[in-house]
Design a protein around this ligand. Structure first.
Ligand code: HEC
Length: 122
């Protein structure tokens, strides 16, 4: 193999590496499974807006919506959930949700329905 040829091979290889590095920038959102009590809380509060596009809320399982949300630090996301932010009411109107419930509900909202069935709809 001559020098020129191996150089172009190297380019092809490095483009491959770059491309895979780019696709890895997708933000990984941890899986969570809710208890029945948490699911009931979800049904009674978050669902009203987060499964209703007209509310302007990021929709449950909508990959792109949550990639944008999770581009922010988790601390900031949780502060907004707890204190409210724009159309998002304080505590998401779940007044008996603990901070860890809220944390789990946020992850649940962000999960793709394709990776986890919507338990409450079974
Ligand atoms: C009354 C409607 C409503 C309810 C109920 C509600 N949300 Fe929201 N939520 C919104 C709206 C609207 C936004 C988008 C706010 C914006 O970006 O302007 C939002 C945004 C969010 C965000 C993204 C915040 C960010 O940093 O971008 C999270 C996380 C969230 N909600 C979680 C929840 C959880 C968890 C519940 C239930 C405990 C809940 N919401 C209940 C309307 C609601």
């Amino acid at each position: 193999m001559n020098y020129r040829r191996s150089l172009s091979m190297l380019c092809v290889l490095s483009i491959g590496v770059l491309l895979s590095a780019c696709s890895q920038q997708a933000i990984q959102i941890p899986n969570v499974s809710l208890s029945q009590v948490q699911l009931n809380k979800y049904e009674a509060s978050c669902k009203v807006c987060h499964e209703q596009k007209a509310s302007g809320a990021p929709q449950r399982g909508a990959y792109q919506d949550w990639q944008i949300v999770f581009g922010k630090p988790m601390d900031l996301i949780m502060t907004r959930v707890i204190d409210g932010y724009a159309g998002m009411p304080p505590l998401g109107q779940c007044f008996d949700c603990s901070e860890s419930d809220l944390n789990d509900l946020v992850l649940y909202l962000a999960q793709s329905p394709n990776t986890q069935k919507h338990e409450a709809e079974k």
